[in-house]
Design a protein around this ligand. Structure first.
Ligand SMILES: [Zn+2]
Length: 233
């Protein structure tokens, strides 16, 4: 059956497979040039989990949307390696003292890259909303890496950071309050803290500002509280 290889049954018609290309990046911390892999095209035909983890059919793009310098451990998106990167002396010290010593020479996993990027974002004094997003992505990567303990660790860290963002005046756009309140509930549910999950799911209806366009969030919160599902749709 060699002629049938590679089997591409999972590829939906008209959809793009996840394809990568090598890119050359310049580290703004240590001045090293290094090679990374970036996503050229991908798809969302793998469905969406109820924590908004969107799946591609075939290879997952997530680990390749973040990059790590192989010399000092500085991590972030492609933009963080461009001239737009916000690099202070303090950030450099943090990277050299806290990321560089723990750098591994073997292949770095997606969750490790996102964890480092979340630290960098914190040192850059980025908003908690942004840091929480990186932590959530680290948790999503752990799902594919099959590391349930690390997944739970990042989910908890993400949930607390989203809570922090929701607690700050203007920490999150008003129109995002309901969906992030739902997400915090869903994160606690996936961690296994049903009680905390319920508290957050029950708060969702108070955060609605447009009952028509946001009804789905109220419905999703009720569903995940009473009869949880793994996937949307
Ligand atoms: Zn570097």
């Amino acid at each position: 059956m060699a002629q049938n290889f590679p089997i591409q049954l999972a590829r939906p018609e008209g959809g793009d497979m996840t394809t990568l290309q090598h890119i050359d990046l310049h580290c703004p911390i240590c001045d090293t040039q290094f090679r990374s892999q970036a996503v050229v095209s991908t798809n969302s035909f793998g469905g969406k989990r109820t924590d908004f983890h969107e799946r591609a059919a075939g290879m997952q793009p997530l680990p390749f949307l973040v990059h790590m310098c192989s010399r000092c451990g500085y991590s972030g998106s492609e933009r963080d390696f461009s001239d737009e990167a916000d690099v202070s002396q303090l950030l450099k010290e943090h990277v050299w003292n806290e990321l560089a010593p723990t750098l591994v020479t073997s292949a770095v996993s997606g969750s490790e890259k996102y964890e480092a990027a979340a630290k960098v974002a914190e040192w850059q004094a980025m908003e908690p909303r942004h840091v929480a997003d990186l932590l959530l992505r680290a948790a999503w990567c752990c799902v594919d890496e099959g590391d349930t303990e690390a997944e739970r660790y990042f989910r908890r860290h993400a949930a607390r950071t989203f809570e922090q963002a929701l607690g700050i005046y203007d920490g999150v756009g008003r129109d995002e309050h309901a969906v992030l309140t739902y997400l915090v509930g869903e994160l606690w549910r996936r961690i296994g803290d049903v009680k905390a999950a319920k508290v957050w799911f029950n708060k969702v209806s108070e955060e609605i500002i447009d009952s028509q366009s946001q009804q789905w969030i109220v419905d999703a919160a009720r569903q995940q509280r009473d009869c949880p599902r793994e996937w949307f749709g």
